[in-house]
Design a protein around this ligand. Structure first.
Ligand code: FEO
Length: 388
């Protein structure tokens, strides 16, 4: 696939993966993108996952035959992109490896060598010419590892954005939900903790005239509308702003009574005009999807049971996912259920006490086993407070 006349796609699609990064289900597979620049000098951006080395080499060979590759630019050392560096270095012995100082330290750790005799160490502001193209390197620490470099082709105005602007899903299947949904789940899950660093990168990017974005996952973004849309989405996500007005009700339920309360609250909220109510069963639904929704909507209701003097494990797990991703700027309500000593609301609130700028709803719903008139009235009061 051609990106421009002399920038070609040589990446691969993975439909065998069970869990991306060991934890994310990817029903539409995953793409590990790689790009070949056929200039006076030949350059490749990033390798691919370990299971796809031969396919990747074949893609390169299909473009340049037995010709040499002069440079391999390593933008990110996470193994979904770096696994084939050693194999590449062996197959293309005259190639120079171009990367950040920290990435070469990681190469030593992964492969036992830092390619000291055949490397160029680049930092922010350095450039590399392949003839027609001049590539400028931009440091992007923690987007999503510390060694990350993104690269701007100053000639054709292409941003090679590493994990930035990537999404779940292989490139050979049409995502029926478009870019946003799986890009959001990817961003919040994987990069969500690093909002300030993404903001810093967006600030640097705002001074560039970007006409194409080539990420390491997901589709190439090449129209002005696509580019301005994804930059806008990244700005919302990385500043922890509310993307969509609405409420996520995230619940766990052992015997169905807490679920009943969660669904009743949904019904009440919709009746009262809440624009959108999403509901997640944290034991059965995809947790990263629920985490994504918690960051998407402005309000969150957590409903769970007291369990072993704590809260139900899936809720604890969920709140940990929120706090480790710097969950902030939201309104949070609580529903607790406990047959003899309910204390889940207090525990959940404590788990969130160090999160920035959270507003806790005054109406806490306590259910003692099953909803009754009193707890339903409290639920109604919570619904009123949420739509106010
Ligand atoms: Fe796609 Fe952070 O690796």
């Amino acid at each position: 696939m051609k990106i421009t006349d002399d920038i070609l796609y040589v990446g691969v699609n993975d439909h065998n993966i069970d869990l991306f990064e060991g934890q994310y289900v990817v029903p539409q597979g995953m793409a590990y993108n790689s790009y070949l620049v056929k200039d006076e000098k030949t350059l490749v951006f990033d390798t691919v996952d370990r299971n796809f080395g031969e396919e990747w080499f074949a893609n390169i060979k299909a473009q340049i035959g037995d010709g040499p590759v002069d440079y391999l630019v390593v933008q990110h050392m996470e193994p979904d992109h770096s696994a084939n560096i050693a194999a590449f270095a062996e197959r293309y012995p005259s190639a120079t490896i171009v990367s950040s100082a920290q990435a070469f330290v990681m190469m030593k750790n992964f492969f036992g060598t830092d390619y000291a005799d055949r490397r160029i160490v680049v930092k922010e502001g350095d450039t590399l010419s392949t003839g027609r193209h001049v590539f400028a390197f931009v440091s992007a620490p923690m987007v999503h590892w510390p060694e990350v470099t993104v690269t701007f082709d100053t000639t054709d105005k292409v941003l090679f954005s590493a994990d930035g602007f990537g999404k779940f899903g292989a490139n050979d299947v049409e995502d029926p939900e478009g870019w946003d949904c799986e890009a959001r789940r990817y961003y919040i899950g994987i990069v969500g903790k690093y909002g300030p660093q993404v903001q810093a990168l967006l600030k640097k990017a705002s001074s560039l005239d970007i006409r194409t974005i080539c990420p390491l996952h997901g589709p190439v973004l090449s129209t002005p509308e696509e580019i301005s849309h994804v930059v806008k989405q990244y700005d919302i996500w990385s500043s922890y702003a509310v993307e969509t007005p609405g409420v996520l009700i995230a619940y766990t339920s052992v015997y169905g009574h807490t679920k009943e309360a969660a669904l009743k609250l949904k019904e009440m909220l919709l009746k009262k005009g809440c624009p959108k109510v999403a509901v997640a069963d944290l034991a059965r639904d995809d947790q990263p999807e629920a985490v994504e929704d918690a960051f998407r909507y402005g309000k969150l209701v957590l409903a769970t049971t007291t369990y072993n003097m704590n809260i139900f494990p899936w809720m604890r797990h969920f709140i940990d996912h929120l706090t480790e991703r710097c969950f902030q700027n939201r309104t949070v309500g609580f529903i607790e259920n406990g047959s003899w000593m309910p204390q889940a609301a207090k525990i959940m609130r404590k788990m969130l006490e160090n999160s920035k700028n959270l507003k806790f709803c005054e109406n806490v719903v306590t259910i003692k086993s099953a909803l009754n008139a009193e707890s339903e009235a409290k639920l109604e009061a919570l619904a009123d407070e949420l739509v106010k």
